[in-house]
Design a protein around this ligand. Structure first.
Ligand code: FNR
Length: 187
């Protein structure tokens, strides 16, 4: 069956490099359906708003995650950690505690930076958060993209560096295998 993959970008800016990575994934691995799940309209997490379905934007966000077979997070690093907007989104997706949409959801993390360290530190934090949400994070394999400015085409807003495209394609295919493994574990 065709997999449904949610793409969550941890940057809100229009010309986000991480957004360009997300734009490229569907053409690298075509055997799936992709949905960009926006986090831009989510309110700041407030437990006082978190009852019933919560605010509409939260409801739609959770429903979007719920209808996927797996989530790919593509995020920058801010101040050696997770961008606040992404952490906020993951917090919304982590409740209600017993029925949250992230529970048992396969997730993989990708990150791009103009710097040389490829978002190692933010990915550590994102993985730590995901672990607390009881999602199933792709183990061991990591996808760090450094010096991203030299690897994209600003006009098409796509990843163009061939080596990185192949690396990303392999990573996404590994994630698909992980989704199948988790599926067997869950059933
Ligand atoms: C950054 N940037 C950054 N980069 C990095 O590799 N490690 C870091 O700790 C930080 N910290 C940081 C903090 C803040 C507040 C900003 C705005 C930026 C640079 C960051 O990687 C760069 O702006 C990316 O282009 C952001 O990703 P998008 O928006 O292009 O996807």
């Amino acid at each position: 069956m065709t997999k449904k993959i949610g793409l969550i970008v941890g940057s809100l800016r229009e010309l986000s490099y991480n957004g360009m990575i997300a734009n490229t994934i569907p053409e690298l691995v075509t055997a799936a359906e992709y949905e960009h799940i926006s986090i831009a309209e989510l309110p700041l997490y407030n437990a006082d708003l978190d009852h019933g379905d919560g605010p509409d934007t939260v409801k739609f966000f959770r429903e979007a995650i719920g209808r996927t077979d797996g989530i790919l997070i593509i995020s920058p690093e801010y101040n050696s950690g997770t961008p606040g907007v992404l952490k906020n989104a993951l917090d919304w997706a982590s409740t209600p505690t017993k029925t949250a949409v992230l529970i048992k959801k396969p997730v993989a993390v990708v990150g791009a930076t103009p710097g040389v360290k490829g978002t190692i530190l933010s990915q550590q934090q994102i993985r730590q958060t995901l672990e607390a949400t009881q999602s199933y994070v792709l183990p061991h394999q990591k996808m760090y993209i450094s010096e991203i400015i030299n690897k994209v085409d600003q006009e098409s807003r796509k990843l163009t560096d061939e080596t990185t495209r192949k690396y990303l394609q392999r990573y996404v295919l590994s994630f698909f295998q992980w989704i199948d493994q988790v599926d067997r574990l869950n059933s």
